[in-house]
Design a binder for this molecule. Structure first.
Ligand SMILES: [Mg+2]
Length: 333
């Protein structure tokens, strides 16, 4: 296992925020709208043009806000402290700082606000959105060197808001993919998929098996892969009403891993695949961006765009990179 470099830690956190922020203006829209935004606008920005700040403010959303809080909490506490993280989730909702929220997470935050313990605040099954997975990359950063701890923390951080086993497995998938990408273990695609599936099986067998099917799905171009992945884990007659990829944890995590694995060595190709298909695209952008950023490092991200990232004017490039550097320092010194 390689000791991850500082640029990979930065790439992971900035890559998450950038994918999220590029998906934000078109969240919930269909493929036409999303691909038009991505290929007619974002591509030019990516290639060096300055974004029109009315069209793109650099604001990222709840996915990266809650990932950032998780990373900050783990650094401050020297490891995962569920009580501290639950307080941070509660505070960001109570203070109305959350940008675009998930239903289960909002409900859990309300439970926490009225004094319910973090052990009981989460939504019970069958609520299975991607709220745990979208914020799980920092678990892979902090525990890249200890799979057992990584799996446990990925589950526990998720439990605060979602109690469905699929949500735990989705969190393990993104944390595990991040850990492997950071340590140079994404080169061998089959081994990467098998490892993640093995770790996910601690919590959900069905989701783990569907993840193994990625070995075949990544051979398909996006338009062919969309049908099986967007239907994965749903009963044949289930209609969720979303275009593209819905916030269901199974399809959105699988689509994000697909986008990364098919275009591993290009951050842009990976996130544009994740987002252009439509649906819950700030989240597919965030999850794909975290793993692709961890694999390719900060230099794969255009600095004139990462410099514009912000959360209501604060928590921009300087603060995000300082946080990533701190984690790197603690974990590699
Ligand atoms: Mg979001």
């Amino acid at each position: 296992m390689l000791k991850p470099s500082k640029t990979k830690f930065r790439g992971c956190l900035l890559g998450q925020c950038l994918g999220d922020a590029l998906g934000f203006p078109i969240e919930g829209r269909d493929e036409n709208d999303c691909s038009s935004f991505i290929f007619n606008k974002a591509k030019h920005w990516f290639d060096g043009f300055e974004p029109n700040r009315i069209e793109w403010s650099g604001q990222y959303t709840d996915d990266s806000q809650l990932a950032r809080e998780l990373l900050e909490s783990m650094i401050e506490k020297g490891g995962f402290d569920p009580k501290d993280y639950a307080e941070r989730i509660e505070a960001i909702f109570r203070e109305n700082r959350i940008v675009g929220q998930g239903l289960a997470t909002a409900k859990a935050a309300r439970n926490l606000a009225r004094g319910v313990s973090w052990k009981r605040s989460g939504e019970p099954p069958p609520s299975a959105g991607n709220g745990t997975a979208m914020r799980a990359a920092p678990v892979g950063m902090f525990h890249y060197d200890d799979a057992e701890e990584m799996i446990k923390v990925a589950h526990t951080q998720g439990w605060i808001t979602h109690k469905d086993t699929r949500c735990s497995a989705g969190s393990v998938a993104i944390a595990g993919a991040t850990a492997m990408a950071l340590t140079g273990q994404a080169e061998d695609t089959d081994a990467f998929i098998e490892n993640i599936a093995k770790w996910m099986a601690y919590y959900d067998d069905e989701f783990s098996k569907l993840t193994l099917a990625l070995k075949d799905w990544i051979l398909l171009p996006p338009h062919k892969a969309l049908a099986p992945i967007s239907r994965a884990g749903k009963s044949p007659d289930y209609v969720d009403g979303w275009p593209g990829i819905s916030p269901f944890v199974i399809s959105s995590v699988l689509w994000s891993l697909y986008s990364f694995l098919r275009y591993k060595d290009s951050y842009w190709d990976a996130i544009s695949t994740a987002v252009s298909i439509g649906g819950d695209v700030d989240t597919t952008g965030a999850m794909t961006g975290a793993v692709a950023g961890a694999h390719n490092g900060e230099e794969a991200l255009p600095k004139h765009l990462t410099k514009l990232l912000n959360d209501r004017g604060i928590w921009g490039y300087e603060e995000l990179t300082a946080l990533a550097d701190k984690c790197h320092e603690i974990k590699t010194s």
